[in-house]
Design a protein around this ligand. Structure first.
Ligand code: TRP
Length: 336
């Protein structure tokens, strides 16, 4: 709350599919780092948010609730340092959302660039589910109900955090100083292009390499990757800009000077696409194989995941009740 000194991190994923390399470099690696730096960390399975555009597909959301937890554990979040919980099991978040709804105009919601972009992608137009349009408000509640102030996010989430901070300002000026400002933390690679050259690798865009992809799948996807369409023969001069294989090598290959040499060679001509793709396959396999192994190990023990979520959710609920007591007080809806 306004005067607390603890730094509290909150992160979360919509359980709509398995996570991929874009999530890894966009926010997951940062989460792992932050859980070691700050006082408290929460990880939320954003199942209510997932339902805002999957209302007719609850099975998908239910199934992926476990998958996203597996992904995050496999990458290195640990229940010792991070409290895992499920959004839908904290009714206080819904309550806080309803109270926040009164502080935001419909015009402001329609202007949010992230929501606009997603609406376009999903082809919603005027028929957008109301719950989807207002998800940034519920996301503000996700963050504020547990007093978190540090949010590691991908670039696409910045407008959502901005809107949450507007809610903080509005709430505080209306009801008195209650919540503190939220600080988004971006990774060095806040956005990863898709293997098809699309600006963003997306769960639903079919252009992502998943954290549990097999070596065979990695091979197949890298071989499909967009390079330089005019680089037909190995001897041709090649272009680096917009060449996705090099974009990925820049991000994932630890041997930076070697990559610079390969780029020069490619530009000069004489370096074939297959060769750089083979290098990338090896590099990505090195990134993914420890994650995949750990993920498969964890997946054998669903009781462990369930227990971790149950206990984490219970702990989180206690925090939520405290916050709502304070919120009801300042809004004067604390009758009895
Ligand atoms: N909107 C986020 C995503 O699509 C998920 C999310 C929900 C979240 N609530 C959050 C992220 C709160 C950070 C903080 O990935």
């Amino acid at each position: 709350m306004k005067n607390s000194k603890e730094n509290i991190v909150l992160t979360g994923d919509r359980p709509t599919g398995k996570l991929h390399l874009g999530h890894l470099v966009g926010s997951m690696q940062n989460r792992v780092k932050l859980q070691n730096q700050y006082d408290r960390c929460f990880y939320m399975v954003a199942d209510i948010q997932a339902l805002t555009d999957n209302a007719d597909n609850p099975d998908k959301v239910r199934k992926n609730a476990f998958e996203v937890v597996l992904d995050n554990l496999a990458v290195g979040l640990t229940p010792e340092k991070t409290t895992f919980f499920i959004q839908s099991q904290i009714p206080e978040i819904a309550e806080l959302t309803v109270l926040f709804l009164n502080l935001v105009t419909l015009a402001r919601l329609k202007r949010n660039p992230t929501v606009k972009e997603e609406m376009k992608q999903k082809g919603f137009g005027e028929n957008v589910p109301a719950g989807f349009l207002v998800y940034p408000i519920s996301q503000a509640a996700d963050i504020l109900f547990c007093d978190s102030n540090i949010i590691p996010v991908g670039e696409d989430q910045l407008p959502v955090i901005e809107q949450a901070n507007e809610i903080v300002t509005k709430f505080n000026s209306t009801y008195g100083e209650t919540f503190r400002k939220i600080q988004p933390i971006l990774s060095e690679t806040p956005r990863l292009v898709g293997i098809d050259g699309n600006a963003k690798a997306g769960k639903s865009l079919g252009n992502a390499i998943f954290l549990d992809d097999s070596l065979e799948e990695i091979k197949k996807k890298v071989m499909m990757m967009y390079t330089d369409p005019n680089h037909i023969h190995a001897s041709d001069k090649g272009k680096i800009e917009g060449n996705i294989v090099f974009t990925y090598l820049d991000i994932f290959d630890p041997e930076k000077s070697e990559i610079e040499k390969l780029k020069e060679h490619y530009k000069r001509g004489g370096l074939g696409d297959v060769e750089i793709k083979k290098r990338l396959i090896g590099v990505l396999e090195n990134v993914i194989s420890p994650i995949r192994t750990k993920r498969r190990e964890l997946a054998k023990n669903p009781e462990f995941i369930e227990k971790l979520l149950r206990e984490g959710t219970e702990k989180t609920r206690a925090v939520a009740k405290e916050t709502m007591k304070k919120v009801r007080e300042v809004i004067r809806i604390n009758y009895f």
